[in-house]
Design a binder for this molecule. Structure first.
Ligand code: COA
Length: 171
């Protein structure tokens, strides 16, 4: 299977935040943002694998900045690493200033998708070749994140998480 680059499956969505999606503080409701990120990340995983993909895990979400009603929100989803049947998708969320148009990063998240066939059996996905410095650093750290996710899910023994353990070993 031919390796692909993140740009081949990158997904960018832009949306206007309306009252139906906000909480009592007039900020975007966290659950609504999770759904928007899941959608963009799913499209990315599907484009990379050309298969049905299911969300296996939400590994990390950081709601760093509240997103006010009326914001224009851009979500960018990239495959940061592909393993055997799973793909880590990194999601960056930006808001833009109404006057200057300047983009500010508001939130980020990391989801794991698994490519499956019609019987929900996991199937192999193409490898990914990172190109930019950011893509390379996210690729490098992805194996540790996968091990952490599997340990937390009870699917891997902590002592088997070799790459993850190495970052806690202080000389
Ligand atoms: C996702 C799912 C197919 C995985 O099934 P499974 O029996 O754990 O399959 P496997 O053990 O073969 O794992 C498949 C891959 O998922 C990875 N994986 C499974 N659970 C994971 C987790 N919590 N975190 C990170 N990766 C995980 C495995 O490491 C493996 O990756 P690899 O093949 O790239 O090494 C299954 O749990 C499922 O169908 N879940 C429901 C999905 C769903 O309904 N999502 C929400 C709606 S889309």
């Amino acid at each position: 299977m031919k390796s692909k680059t993140p740009s081949e499956s990158r997904t960018v969505t832009t949306d206007l935040i309306l009252p139906s999606e906000t909480n009592h503080l007039n900020h975007l409701f966290g659950g609504a943002l999770l759904a928007k990120m899941d959608r963009a990340a799913y499209i990315t995983a599907r484009r990379h694998s050309r298969r049905i993909a299911v969300t296996a895990s939400v590994n990390h979400v950081a709601f760093n900045t509240a997103i006010p009603l009326g914001s224009v929100v851009t979500i960018e989803a990239n495959v940061s690493r592909a393993f055997t049947t799973s793909m880590e998708v990194f999601i960056d969320v930006f808001i833009e200033d109404r006057i200057s148009g300047e983009r500010t990063k508001a939130n980020e998240a990391i989801y794991t998708f698994v490519a499956v066939d019609d019987t929900m059996t996991p199937v192999k996905v193409p490898e990914i070749t990172p190109e930019t410095e950011l893509e390379k650093s996210r690729y490098e750290a992805a194996l540790r994140r996968k091990q952490l996710s599997l340990v937390l899910a009870g699917k891997m023994k902590p002592q088997e998480a070799v790459e993850l353990k190495s970052i806690f070993e202080i000389e």
